[in-house]
Design a protein around this ligand. Structure first.
Ligand SMILES: *[C@@H]1O[C@H](CO)[C@@H](O)[C@H](O)[C@H]1NC(C)=O
Ligand SMILES: *[C@@H]1O[C@H](CO)[C@@H](O)[C@H](O)[C@H]1NC(C)=O
Length: 310
């Protein structure tokens, strides 16, 4: 099966983007959803995690020669050592968003609305982002969904002061969809492109509703879809680890990525959770009041039938 990023999707890469910063954490078992207040208190425990990441980074900053001229100013910004770290909670956060899904919207509109996104990437001007975050979106034949998602995701991530890049990984042809394999490919390809610290594995049909749901990694693998409108704003099931998850480079490589052999809908997310648990890590989740998503309505596509073996 040929998997590749088509020319059209390369354009999307430019549009897509977002990365880094703010971390936040809540160390919880998969059974418990933390309360908002506890959650905020726990932000502090993140401090050394992000500081540590930053120290490592400053040792490896000599990479300018790999950067195309158009990105030069971005790189200079990121190597400005005198710059302050961004705060965990950006001053631009607004909370609950009014989502709109206009069928007239195009990728060109989104590009115009996000002039600071370059080659699919953005980083805050006013501070040094806490993490470098790659957002990986497995994709096939869902142009409308992608437009809706990017429409909201770009401003969402910029309000969070995230240093980010968005990658759309397209599966060519009509063979059965393989989300897991696409995400493994996205991980490898994104790392060839840039030295990302944190990976967000993101379904194309889930739009975050509240910008306090930070797109940053924690010191444990993080599951972000605690509530979604399609399941009455409850966790789909105990142990659910699908939709949108955030793992550091280290966490993802220690579980050896997703399994490559899940074809069709479902199963690979549970497998990833088991891999996480086997490595003695624990899934953490932001509070249910914050980690809310709207699932854009669709019928199951042909080629993505439920995986009977899952
Ligand atoms: C580095 O950041 C500081 C603080 O934001 C700013 O005042 C200074 O002009 C920046 N230097 C460069 C070379 O961009
Ligand atoms: C969730 O919200 C989206 C967008 O408003 C809508 O299309 C979809 O039907 C909703 N799903 C449910 C189950 O309410």
């Amino acid at each position: 099966m040929g998997l590749f990023v088509s020319r059209k999707l390369k354009v999307l890469l430019f549009v897509g983007s977002c990365m880094v910063m703010l971390t936040w954490i809540s160390v919880y078992s998969t059974m418990r959803v933390p309360k908002l207040q506890e959650f905020t208190q726990r932000l502090q425990s993140l401090e050394h995690f992000t500081t540590y990441e930053r120290e490592k980074e400053s040792k490896t900053m000599k990479r300018t020669s790999l950067i195309v001229p158009a990105l030069q100013h971005v790189v200079q910004r990121s190597t400005n050592e005198t710059q302050q770290l961004c705060p965990y909670l950006s001053p631009y956060l607004q909370g609950v968003q009014q989502l709109s899904f206009s069928s007239m919207l195009t990728l060109e509109d989104i590009q115009k609305e996000n002039p600071n996104v370059l080659l699919g990437r953005y980083q805050p001007l006013e501070c040094h982002a806490l993490q470098k975050v790659a957002i990986l979106i497995p994709f096939r034949n869902r142009e409308k969904h992608l437009v809706y998602l990017l429409k909201h995701l770009h401003p969402f991530l910029q309000r969070q002061q995230v240093h980010y890049g968005i990658y759309v990984i397209n599966q060519a042809g009509n063979a059965i969809f393989n989300r897991a394999k696409l995400l493994n490919i996205g991980y490898i390809e994104a790392l060839k492109d840039y030295n990302w610290d944190c990976f967000i594995f993101h379904d194309v049909d889930l739009v975050p509703e509240n910008d306090f749901n930070l797109y940053l990694c924690d010191n444990q693998p993080k599951h972000l879809v605690v509530a979604r409108n399609s399941t009455g704003y409850r966790l789909r099931y105990k142990g659910y680890f699908g939709g949108v998850t955030a793992l550091t480079k280290q966490q993802f490589s220690s579980v050896n990525g997703f399994p490559n052999n899940y074809w069709g809908w479902g199963g690979e997310d549970d497998d990833l959770r088991k891999r996480v648990e086997l490595q003695k890590m624990k899934v953490v989740r932001p509070p249910i009041e914050i980690a809310r998503y709207t699932m854009i309505f669709h019928n199951r596509d042909s080629g993505n039938e439920e995986n009977a073996q899952r």
